[in-house]
Design a protein around this ligand. Structure first.
Ligand code: GLC
Ligand code: CA
Length: 560
């Protein structure tokens, strides 16, 4: 296994809008991030991934870009970005930018030109097609945010494709000029000194040119994924991107690749493929819904173990995993996979962190996760800001598929806004996030859960994350060791062993609110095993062979 800095790194994701507001307009900004670098340094992370900071009309909070070389006015100026990058580097922290090039905003100058006429030089920058007939789009594809994936543009009487909102038209990657523009823009940022990219829905950039109808599920629209996810030329385009841009710099790259299988991931992230360093798979955070992504049930531990272990065991030595429980598109980890009741919140947040950070791969922490921040207790539709949540409510209740009560329950569990409420810094007004009125409500539990309080308490979730990060720096086995699931059929305990040369690591996590019995595996029963970290006031009792509710512990042993 080849050693690389990005394999040994821990990444911290910032959603700039909700991290720290420095000028009181209620919106987080770049100077706010710079003010908080000390906090990140104390946590010990190596890399920041910034969700999009570019000029955007914010139909999808910055994932709809109208100028790739300008900073969003609300977030500051290019000078603020340069200052942030410099300050981060001085603190030994690298910065990844979010690269959103499957689509642009409908306000991007390319699209403004493109829609003007069928002959416009920018026409082929996007995907235009005639309707099938009067009022009928070119095919039945549904967009990720509800409704048809096609929008009729009156001006030229043709439809354009948008796999997300109508204000996010898909770029036409078949067009060599588009690729050239994108690569040039990436190179421009690389020359500024950024350290890599997280690539938004990068698995969707190549579409089957025949654009066939998709299978209709849930009585809604046709599924585009067989024709637009891991499409025919996606690997050709990424190889070209790698050759023209990425390979010229020492970067870290991670692709967002919904629907990716282990086999497909090896093509994106295999070292010999020369595409990306790693990808985000979605198997453990998707496919658990009753209706599309929507559900209000707890995830099933056996399924979770099966999925994560398959990725650990089968991705192989040639590719690399990214590890995450949550991000700006997912609910809060502790509410979803742990237990956010006051009794178990801290202990279960620490247990989840243990389970993830001891695996092989690069761990990602989403802002506030290191405090054990929870989902928001949504009661009203007016509390939501997210286009996906609002559209889904309209579409699913409107069609009579779900009742208001059920949909609210779904949204409380799965809405992306759970992750987007402001970072909880202290127990002052707006949780220390802003001197003004935050763009989205602060979680009412901020006086209980906040950074200031956790920094002062050495047993806090924050300090537990710090310790996990430090362990990763001190034990190569955590980064490079092989992985083996044990107690596969246990319905409460997630346990695995890591191996590297003569070293061994045992990771034990109780995912339930009950005591769980186990027998310690050979080699970890006696004095020879050292407990490196645990989430109660003392390690589990080996002789008793029992884990307390949500208990976690990591044992290290060397075979002499
Ligand atoms: C990705 C982003 C998500 C965004 C979508 C469209 O999935 O993570 O936030 O809405 O792409 O750009
Ligand atoms: Ca601001």
């Amino acid at each position: 296994m080849e050693r690389k800095w990005w394999k040994e790194a821990v990444v911290y994701q910032i959603y700039p809008r909700s991290f720290q507001d420095s000028n009181g307009d209620g919106i987080g900004d770049l100077n706010g991030i710079r003010e908080r670098l000390d906090y990140l340094k104390q946590l010990g992370i190596d890399v920041i991934w910034l969700s999009p900071i570019y000029q955007s009309p914010n139909d999808d909070n910055g994932y709809d870009i109208s100028d790739y070389k300008k900073v969003m006015d609300e977030f500051g100026t290019m000078k603020d970005f340069d200052d942030l990058l410099k300050a981060a580097h001085e603190n030994g922290i690298k910065i990844l930018l979010d690269l959103v090039v499957n689509h642009t905003s409908d306000e991007h100058p390319w699209f403004l030109e493109s829609r003007k006429s069928r002959e416009n030089p920018y026409r082929d920058y996007y995907i235009w097609k005639e309707g099938k007939g009067e009022g009928e789009p070119p095919n039945n594809w549904g967009s990720c945010f509800g409704g048809s994936a096609w929008k009729l543009d009156e001006q030229t009487g043709m439809y354009y494709l948008h796999l997300f909102s109508p204000r996010q038209p898909d770029l036409n990657w078949e067009n060599e000029k588009v690729r050239k523009e994108v690569f040039e823009m990436m190179d421009w940022w690389c020359r500024k000194g950024i350290d890599g990219f997280r690539m938004d829905v990068i698995s969707m950039i190549s579409k089957d040119p025949a654009l066939p109808d998709g299978e209709v599920k849930d009585d809604l629209y046709g599924d585009f994924s067989p024709y637009a996810v891991h499409g025919p030329k996606v690997h050709t385009y990424l190889k070209e991107m790698n050759q023209k841009v990425l390979s010229n710099y020492d970067l870290m790259t991670v692709g967002e690749t919904a629907g990716v299988t282990v086999e497909e991931a090896r093509k994106y992230a295999g070292a010999r493929e020369h595409e990306l360093n790693m990808v985000f798979h979605f198997e453990h955070v998707e496919g658990d819904g009753e209706l599309l992504k929507w559900t209000d049930k707890k995830p099933d531990l056996l399924r979770l173990k099966r999925i994560l272990s398959r990725w650990q065991e089968e991705l192989g030595d040639d590719a690399w995993n990214s590890l995450y429980w949550d991000n700006h598109d997912q609910p809060r980890a502790v509410s979803r996979f742990g237990d956010d009741s006051s009794r178990y919140r801290e202990v279960s947040a620490k247990m989840l962190a243990t389970c993830l950070h001891m695996m092989r791969g690069t761990p990602y922490i989403y802002q506030g996760e290191e405090l054990g921040m929870t989902n928001f207790p949504f009661t009203e539709l007016t509390q939501f800001r997210d286009i996906e949540s609002l559209n889904a409510y309209k579409e699913l209740t409107g069609k009579g598929l779900v009742s208001h009560e059920k949909m609210m329950s779904y949204l409380r569990c799965k809405s992306r806004d759970n992750a987007r409420t402001p970072m909880q810094w202290d127990n002052g007004p707006a949780a220390g996030f802003s001197k003004g009125v935050p763009w989205i409500p602060v979680n009412p539990n901020y006086s209980e859960i906040n950074a200031k309080k956790e920094l002062a308490d050495e047993n806090s979730v924050f300090h537990y994350y710090r310790k996990l990060i430090r362990l990763r720096k001190n034990y190569k086995i955590i980064v490079y060791g092989s992985y083996q699931l044990i107690m596969k059929d246990d319905i409460r305990i997630f346990a695995y062993i890591r191996n590297l040369g003569t070293e061994k690591l045992l990771v034990l996590c109780n995912f339930s609110n009950e005591e769980a019995e186990l027998s310690f595996p050979e080699g970890f029963k006696g004095e020879e095993a050292e407990c490196l970290i645990y989430n109660y006031d003392c390690p589990p009792d080996i002789r008793q062979g029992r884990l307390r509710p949500y208990e976690a512990a990591v044992y290290y042993a060397e075979i002499k």
